[in-house]
Design a protein. Structure first.
Length: 268
């Protein structure tokens, strides 16, 4: 069999133009995932960012091969393990210190314990530990959730004013995302944070999923800026009776993790 020329090369993500396109694709997939709506397949992703579908297909395949994107069973896309490994590598001190702390929290409270960071409206899970036998809601290393209906997300927004939160959520539809107690407006998010700021701990009851509670505390750097959140998540009926102890343990864990932050890179 003869050919008219060399086989086409796959796109090189190292070139500036291809890298910009690849980053736009990953960011668009992440934004869609954080919105709580169904994900994009390759064709819809191409239309969303305005590139030819053939180019989107080649670049998506390359991103999947490299682990930055993954295809679900229904052909929609989500962020892959390599993306989150890269994100996690930006927080080496937090990750190395957080594992025993999270493990202790999980075991003591018979629940899941998490370390999360914020990227815009998205909350990215850096590390999760769980008590023996606690599988439900523990999540995976690539879990992305919205900031407005999770305990960790609201803890990461505790220093935001009502105006800041309104500006952050301006382009997002909150109705229909999250559990029965999720906020439906920026004003409700701000009001919930005003309440929890006085309590000293964010208490999200049924905000992400029915019957699930997440208690969260922000982790601050040496300049006092919120850089991460540590949380305990589990069945509401199991956790609420131990709220005071959980608050104390989360506060201690956040203080320990703060020692490993250098004060740089304020979240946007």
């Amino acid at each position: 069999m003869t050919t008219n020329g060399p086989a086409p090369r796959r796109p090189d993500l190292g070139t500036a133009a291809s890298l910009r396109t690849a980053l736009r694709m990953v960011n668009t997939v992440l934004d869609r995932e954080a919105s709580g709506r169904s994900g994009f397949n390759v064709s819809r992703l191409a239309d969303e960012i305005g590139v030819e579908r053939s180019k989107a297909s080649r670049t998506t395949q390359d991103l999947c091969d490299k682990g930055f994107l993954e295809r679900r069973d229904d052909s929609t896309l989500r962020a892959g393990h390599a993306f989150f490994a890269t994100a996690a590598s930006l927080h080496p001190g937090l990750l190395s210190r957080s594992r025993p702390l999270l493990r202790r929290l999980a075991v003591e409270h018979g629940a899941g314990a998490r370390l999360s960071v914020r990227d815009g409206v998205q909350v990215r899970l850096l590390r999760a530990e769980s008590a023996a036998g606690f599988a439900q809601w523990q999540g995976g290393a690539s879990l992305v959730t919205p900031c407005w209906c999770t305990g960790a997300g609201r803890a990461l927004l505790l220093d935001h004013t009502a105006e800041d939160i309104t500006a952050l959520l301006d382009d997002y539809e909150l109705i229909g995302v999250g559990g029965p107690n999720a906020a439906h407006s920026a004003g409700e998010v701000a009001a919930a944070n005003d309440r929890d700021r006085l309590r000293g701990v964010v208490a999200a009851h049924g905000e992400f999923e029915h019957g699930v509670t997440e208690y969260a505390i922000p982790v601050r750097d040496t300049a006092g800026r919120i850089r991460a959140a540590v949380s305990v998540v589990g069945r509401q009926q199991d956790l609420t009776v131990h709220e005071r102890t959980i608050h104390t343990d989360l506060t201690a864990a956040a203080a320990a993790l703060a020692e490993y932050l250098d004060g740089d890179d304020t979240p946007q």
